[in-house]
Ligand binder design. Structure first.
Ligand SMILES: Cc1cc2nc3c(=O)[nH]c(=O)nc-3n(C[C@H](O)[C@H](O)[C@H](O)COP(=O)(O)O)c2cc1C
Length: 192
């Protein structure tokens, strides 16, 4: 079944490994016949700060224009995939703020905490410099699984597909990085 895939990409550098992940994922999905849209948050200059103005408009049942544009992309999507480098065991602020502003009350969940996006799926792909055993030992994986993919799924009623981590990305060999991109291709093939 072909699906609509929205990739929310958060990295300031177009030569980054994250950019290679994004392109690999996009190509693999398109080869399978899926529709793909990419929202490159730095490139579009997304404002990640949930402000008093947002709350003012939300209280009247609306959203600001830039949020509306992003919500229309989310509405279109069957699968929403976040691609980002882990910063401080979390999302980069621009991605965190995208969730704060775009997955808003009335759009993604109700005041009673009912999810409003039950037909959608969420996938998370992120990179770290820490080795895998360190991320396991410190509890970083467990914490991020819960606060990112699982929380989005729980709040919005989406299915949580996977949170895929690529560790030690700065120190591994080029071959290991190529193998990681192969894993991204495989992951794209597993989504249905
Ligand atoms: C502000 C900042 C915070 C970071 N925090 C973490 C961290 O908590 N854990 C970790 O393993 N790596 C951390 N890193 C390293 C990044 O995750 C790493 O540079 C990135 O995943 C590499 O991917 P890229 O080549 O696409 O930039 C941090 C980097 C920056 C700039």
């Amino acid at each position: 079944m072909t699906m609509n895939h929205l990739i929310i990409y958060s990295h300031p550098n177009s030569k980054s490994f994250n950019c290679a992940i994004r392109e690999t994922l996009k190509d693999a999905l398109e080869q399978k016949g899926h529709e793909v849209r990419v929202r490159d948050l730095y490139a579009i200059g997304f404002d990640p700060v949930l402000s008093a103005k947002d709350f003012e408009v939300l209280e009247k049942g609306g959203v600001l224009d830039d949020v509306k544009v992003e919500q229309d992309h989310v509405r279109w999507a069957d699968v929403v995939t976040f691609v980002f480098p882990v910063w401080w065991n979390s999302l980069p602020a621009i991605a965190r703020g995208y969730i704060d502003r775009v997955f808003s009350v009335g759009f993604a969940y109700t005041e009673k905490m009912e999810g409003l996006l039950p037909e959608k799926k969420v996938l998370v792909i992120c990179t770290l410099n820490a080795p895998k055993d360190v991320s396991e030992k410190t509890g970083a994986f467990k914490a991020m699984d819960f606060t990112i993919g699982q929380s989005l799924a729980d709040f919005c009623g989406m299915a949580f597909l996977k949170q895929k981590y690529f560790n030690s990305v700065a120190s591994v060999s080029d071959q290991e990085r190529k193998d990681m991109l192969k894993e991204v291709e495989q992951l794209a093939g597993e989504i249905d």
